[in-house]
Write a protein that binds this ligand. Structure first.
Ligand SMILES: *[C@@H]1O[C@H](CO)[C@@H](O)[C@H](O)[C@H]1NC(C)=O
Ligand SMILES: *[C@@H]1O[C@H](CO)[C@@H](O)[C@H](O)[C@H]1NC(C)=O
Length: 537
């Protein structure tokens, strides 16, 4: 255990001034007003935190402070519907009495905004420190007023991190669980049935939740045993001793089919396992251990999903950021074959070491699949006590999930990144390119693409008037109407994936290196690749 610790220490105190130059300067910069962006902002409403797309009806749902909006996804400046959702005077008074800020905290901040059914949204809000969930009819845009306790789905405190994903009508959430924000949970709720993380033996150590997504088993595509939900977060290290609180970026996963245990782990996950996400560049002494955001890129043409993750170092006074990518098969191999860490106490001080003993079967934390069924375990409720006790005490895998190529694909300096989405597109040369759209802490969007000669930041676009962090990014990948939607405290912006027409000559068009653009001799203009295809057909 001492080896890695010394390595980490060296890396964290490295002299950043001597580090080589990174790709940081975008080739082109669009100021506000130079390119056409659609915007949405409602007077008196702030904190546009949640974005949700209905791609069949071209509607963008937006959750803000005490309000939810339905916008035309093709032009978000057109508001279609809105509903206000205020904390009651009584709840507010309670919140203020408990010492919370009347101006900042004692409001209802929307934190969960998900499709429940074809015509119902499921929403949760902090509701002045009394988290509450409800249903909204998509047509009438009215609440069904069947309020539910939002505990375990939505934080009490609007400044606490949270994440959620809806899978087949069940809400998976990672959030704080109490008023003080000292308890944490990864939960699944479906009407009355609940599943959650164990808290007596903590499975989570002061986590900051970043992202969650489901990866499904599909008959034709990526083969996995079962559908799984992945959570991305940072937590305080338990496996390294350190002289300050060392944060570790984690990926955790649970199986969608998990029913909990019968006696042991009743109403708890039987499939919760977590591992460290590694993102470092050892030759430069750089360790990126704070996860900022993650994005799962799925594409019909690739054999498995790829996870894009955005990082910074823990001590980051110069604004270093990195993007690492992970193959889902690497993640799966760590969970299905990795060694477990075991806690034991030295002088009543906990230490985590590799477990070398015998591991029960079925393997603790695995999903119910054909293999377990063959052994007559048809549901997690059937799992033997030995397996359940083991997974309860060993939630952490020793192996780290290593990135594709063993290093970041992008390292930048002097810019703090906040959010990432990725689009895979086919260019003129028939190759596929992964185009990264990365939001910054100063309200801009970077567009980066991997070309033969390495990573290029081809564009920076100013999104917001003020220098404020991009809080959320959403990619609409619908054919013919692809956009990135970005939100901040002050509003929402709709950005086309490329500004081809801004490149006025053939030379500029080519130099832009934008895989979405192509020079059309017929039109004597730089046009979108898709548009050029249409006109030559
Ligand atoms: C809401 O937005 C304001 C700025 O308009 C910001 O100061 C505040 O921190 C935000 N609150 C939350 C909970 O995000
Ligand atoms: C990035 O964030 C860090 C920590 O918040 C801050 O100290 C630094 O000045 C920021 N850098 C830039 C370039 O904005």
């Amino acid at each position: 255990m001492c080896g890695p610790i010394r390595g980490l220490l060296l890396a964290l105190v490295v002299e950043f001034g001597t580090v080589v130059a990174f790709v940081s300067i975008p080739r082109l910069t669009w100021e506000l007003g130079e390119v056409e962006l659609m915007q949405f902002h409602e007077p008196g409403i702030s904190n546009y935190s949640e974005l949700l797309l209905n791609k069949y009806q071209d509607i963008l749902y937006v959750g803000a402070q005490e309000a939810i909006f339905a916008l035309n996804a093709l032009n978000i400046s057109q508001k279609q519907l809105e509903v206000h959702w205020k904390a009651s005077d009584e709840t507010k008074a309670d919140c203020i009495e408990k010492g919370r800020s009347k101006e900042k905290e004692c409001f209802n901040y929307v934190r969960v905004l998900q499709h429940l059914t074809y015509d119902t949204l499921y929403v949760c809000g902090t509701n002045a420190f009394k988290p509450t969930c409800d249903y909204v009819n998509k047509k009438s845009f009215k609440f069904l007023w069947s309020e539910q306790d939002g505990r375990g789905k939505c934080p009490f405190n609007p400044s606490h991190t949270y994440t959620s994903v809806m899978v087949d009508g069940e809400l998976y959430a990672g959030t704080t669980y109490n008023f003080l924000g000292s308890e944490f949970i990864i939960s699944r709720t479906y009407f009355s049935s609940h599943l959650r993380t164990e808290s007596d033996i903590p499975w989570l150590h002061e986590p900051n939740f970043v992202h969650a997504d489901v990866i499904r088993k599909t008959p034709s595509g990526y083969k996995s045993d079962e559908n799984k939900v992945y959570f991305f977060f940072n937590e305080v290290s338990v496996e390294y001793d350190f002289f300050f609180q060392l944060k570790i970026p984690r990926i955790a996963r649970v199986c969608v089919d998990d029913q909990g245990g019968q006696k042991i782990l009743q109403n708890k996950w039987t499939s919760f396992l977590k591992a460290k996400l590694l993102c470092s560049q050892p030759d430069l002494g750089l360790i990126f251990n704070i996860l900022k955001d993650a994005f799962v890129l799925r594409h019909p043409r690739s054999k498995e999903p790829v996870i894009y993750a955005l990082f910074t170092p823990q001590l980051n006074n110069v604004g270093l950021s990195a993007v690492c990518t992970y193959a889902l098969s690497t993640v799966e191999a760590v969970f299905s074959r990795g060694k477990y860490l075991q806690k034991f106490c030295v002088d009543s001080y906990p230490k985590w070491v590799i477990y070398h003993g015998e591991v029960p079967t079925p393997r603790p934390g695995m999903c119910i699949n054909s293999e377990t069924r063959a052994a007559n375990y048809n549901s997690s409720l059937d799992l033997p006590d030995k397996t359940l006790l083991f997974v309860r005490d060993h939630p952490l895998i020793e192996e780290s999930v290593t990135p594709i190529g063993n290093r970041p694909i992008l390292v930048t300096k002097d810019v703090n990144y906040t959010q990432i989405v990725v689009d895979r597109t086919r260019a003129l040369d028939k190759n596929f390119y992964d185009v990264m759209f990365i939001g910054t802490a100063r309200g801009t969007l970077h567009k980066a693409v991997q070309l033969e000669k390495g990573m290029h930041i081809i564009e920076e676009t100013q999104l917001f008037r003020n220098s404020e962090p991009v809080q959320n990014l959403l990619l609409s990948s619908k054919k013919g109407s692809k956009f990135v939607y970005a939100s901040s405290n002050s509003g929402v912006v709709q950005v086309p994936l490329a500004f081809c027409r801004k490149h006025s000559s053939c030379e500029e068009c080519v130099l832009a290196r934008d895989p979405y653009c192509i020079w059309s001799p017929f039109k004597a203009a730089c046009v979108a690749f898709s548009e050029a295809l249409n006109c030559t057909r």
